[in-house]
Design a protein around this ligand. Structure first.
Ligand SMILES: NC(=O)c1ccc[n+]([C@@H]2O[C@H](COP(=O)([O-])OP(=O)(O)OC[C@H]3O[C@@H](n4cnc5c(N)ncnc54)[C@H](OP(=O)(O)O)[C@@H]3O)[C@@H](O)[C@H]2O)c1
Length: 319
């Protein structure tokens, strides 16, 4: 005897999710293992709340799956499996990340504006950089261009926060579609014009074949001297040698990197020791399991009511 449709929770935190969602009018089954348990009978599962890497493994055993809510923002591990299952809709996680990313950005932006990143870099080399820090903290940032690559859920929050700090917030997306949070939006094909003279550039782009290597030597060369680069989307957007070169010649005042093509960042990677390069371990907007719940509940209600859920992934587009 089942209690409505079957919902599979496939995530390391599956037990916690199941307890918090026990009131839902459905039968909940919990799968915390990364591999499909041999005894699992997943044939009746219609809905899932799942980590994308695990869902990719479970998908061949879920013939009745109609919709899944991802517990992550990025869904790359799932894309190829999803292309073979066009009847399955997947929602990427949207909502909890904007405020967290603004908190991360604000820390580094303040450090940049006050010259604290200069001081921290100088400390690594045992230097007393009094003059350089004073010059940096006296530099005018108000009204300068701050370009955000990606104007989606997170990009819009960053754009709004940059405007509130007095920057001219410029967004880049595929077609230049106007987006909330930005005074100007440009198509990615015109990125060199959009980036020209920017004092801050932040990428919050997903990893797709089209976004790979977009921040290359030509793009970085257009920035204002001493600009701040931040990458919080995916590592493949940056061209490694272009970033290292721009740090070495002062085009970049600092690079703050949270995401990398290979994670963990290998111990011998030059980003660890490059001048004025700050590495954080993919923590700029960590997903806290409780924050997933309201997003899932709202989308689940929509799906049950026959309405489209938010955050739908297009496997061909890649995000
Ligand atoms: N570091 C972390 O802790 C962390 C946490 C959460 C998310 N993330 C990353 O942040 C990414 C963005 O998240 P989100 O929720 O803001 O995603 P989103 O709402 O789907 O927005 C994605 C944005 O990227 C743009 N875009 C995609 N391909 C592009 C291209 N080739 N050229 C120009 N713009 C392109 C989209 O443009 P259109 O508007 O034209 O579609 C859209 O504006 C995620 O994919 C994930 O990789 C990182």
């Amino acid at each position: 005897m089942t209690k409505g449709p079957v919902l599979a929770i496939i995530d390391a935190e599956a037990d916690r999710y199941a307890d918090a969602l026990a009131d839902l009018p459905c039968e909940i089954r919990v799968y915390a293992d990364a591999v499909v348990p041999p005894e699992a009978d997943l044939r009746a599962v219609a809905y899932a709340l799942a980590a994308p890497d695990r869902l990719a493994t479970y998908l061949p055993f879920l013939p009745s799956l109609r919709w899944a809510q991802s517990t992550w923002a990025g869904v790359n591990p799932l894309l190829s499996a999803l292309r073979a299952r066009p009847e399955v809709a997947v929602s990427a996680l949207k909502g909890p990340f904007g405020a967290l990313m603004v908190r991360y950005m604000t820390f580094w932006l303040e450090g940049h504006e006050q010259g604290l990143l200069v001081a921290l870099s100088a400390q690594r080399r045992g230097r007393w950089a009094h003059g350089a820090v004073r010059r940096q903290s006296a530099a005018p940032f108000r009204g300068t261009r701050a370009v955000v690559l990606g104007t989606g859920a997170i990009g819009a929050a960053l754009g709004g926060a940059l405007q509130a700090r007095g920057y001219m917030a410029v967004g880049l997306n595929r077609g230049g579609t106007p987006a909330p949070g930005f005074q100007e939006t440009w198509p990615i094909a015109r990125r060199l014009e959009a980036l020209a003279g920017a004092s801050v550039v932040i990428s919050v782009l997903p990893a797709t074949p089209d976004t790979a290597g977009l921040l290359d030597e030509a793009a970085l060369a257009t920035l204002a001297p001493g600009a701040l680069l931040m990458n919080v989307g995916r590592g493949s957007v940056l061209q490694r040698d272009a970033v290292l070169g721009a740090l070495a010649d002062g085009t970049l005042g600092a690079a703050v990197l949270d995401v990398f093509e290979e994670e963990p960042l290998p111990a011998d990677h030059p980003f660890w020791t490059a001048p004025r390069c700050f590495v954080t371990p993919h923590i700029s907007a960590p997903t806290e399991w409780r924050a997933v719940l309201p997003v899932f509940r709202e989308n689940f209600e929509r799906v049950r009511a026959g309405q489209p859920p938010s955050g739908l992934v297009d496997p061909e587009r890649g995000y």
